[in-house]
Design a protein around this ligand. Structure first.
Ligand SMILES: NC(=O)c1ccc[n+]([C@@H]2O[C@H](COP(=O)([O-])OP(=O)(O)OC[C@H]3O[C@@H](n4cnc5c(N)ncnc54)[C@H](OP(=O)(O)O)[C@@H]3O)[C@@H](O)[C@H]2O)c1
Length: 264
């Protein structure tokens, strides 16, 4: 386990894309800090399994303590404003006001030559990454502003920082997430809410490990100056930092967690 952020204990944390991969690992990391975590996604069975795990992880830090082991798995498609509104209502009702929002749902960045791109695929990638991030933040923002405190962490990608390696749609959507993050950070800085983005390089999730043959994994790892793929834990630790008081004077920033792939 990494650093302890004692201020995160008892905080209410929402993680979209929490049913697997980076989001699920980030949820585990928050639960280990004693946070109360809600995970959102579309796969009910996976969300139920992650939520059960979060209950277990929450217990040892404060057995029987108020709220500490609480966790919730909620089905909500982040491209659907009505589903997000229902999730906000349930989370605020069952867990209390939200302190941290990690808007991580997204993906589908596989490379497609633009000449072969279809309108339907382009729209679904932009919808699933940029619009989903906007809709998620838009749903939770009123509660954060009302309390005048909180941290939002959005999910970009190296693809939104450097061209190459993904589809243009994904690159454009993730670059859009970054500018949305900066814009919002400035808008709400005076109201106690911080907004930052994480831009991971290639991360070895269950799905990437499954789909990338070992020789491709080795080539991708070699393209990252630190010589390895990222692990979901690398992103989880960066998220804890951006969510916690350790980063209380940081807003509107992009944290490249990419083994040196992006150096600016
Ligand atoms: N892995 C990498 O190398 C990498 C690198 C840079 C950035 N990222 C970004 O990191 C985030 C997580 O990626 P990952 O690799 O962990 O992906 P993953 O294993 O495929 O997981 C994606 C997660 O997002 C959820 N999701 C996707 N679309 C959704 C929607 N419309 N509504 C609700 N939930 C939705 C999925 O939920 P369900 O399955 O339950 O629907 C799942 O929990 C994505 O935004 C991705 O673009 C990943």
């Amino acid at each position: 386990m990494g650093i302890q952020h004692t201020d995160l204990a008892g905080k209410v944390v929402v993680i979209t894309g929490g049913s697997r991969g980076i989001g699920a690992e980030t949820a585990r990391a928050f639960a280990r800090q004693g946070a109360i975590v809600a995970v959102l996604g579309r796969d009910e069975a996976a969300l139920t399994a992650v939520a059960a795990e979060l209950h277990e992880l929450g217990e040892p830090r404060n057995p029987g303590g108020p709220g500490v082991s609480k966790a919730l798995g909620l089905v909500a498609d982040c491209t659907d404003a009505a589903a997000l509104a229902a999730a906000v209502e349930r989370i605020e009702g069952e867990l209390g006001p939200v302190d941290v929002l990690a808007a991580f749902a997204g993906g589908n960045g596989y490379p497609v030559p633009t000449v072969r791109e279809t309108e339907e695929h382009w729209r679904s990638v932009v919808d699933g990454n940029l619009h989903a991030t906007f809709l998620t933040v838009h749903a939770f923002l009123p509660g954060l502003l009302e309390r005048g405190t909180g941290s939002i962490v959005t999910m970009a990608s190296t693809a939104g920082r450097l061209p190459g390696g993904s589809s243009a749609a994904y690159a454009a959507a993730k670059a859009g997430v970054l500018m949305f993050t900066r814009h919002l950070a400035l808008e709400v800085a005076g109201r106690g809410v911080r907004v930052n983005a994480i831009a991971p390089g290639a991360v070895r999730t269950e799905i990437t490990a499954e789909r990338m043959p070992p020789e491709v994994q080795a080539a991708v790892a070699a393209a990252h100056p630190l010589g390895r793929l990222g692990e979901p834990e690398d992103i989880a630790e960066a998220t804890l930092f951006l969510a916690s008081d350790a980063s209380s004077w940081i807003t509107g920033q992009t944290l490249d967690v990419s083994g040196g792939r992006v150096i600016v």
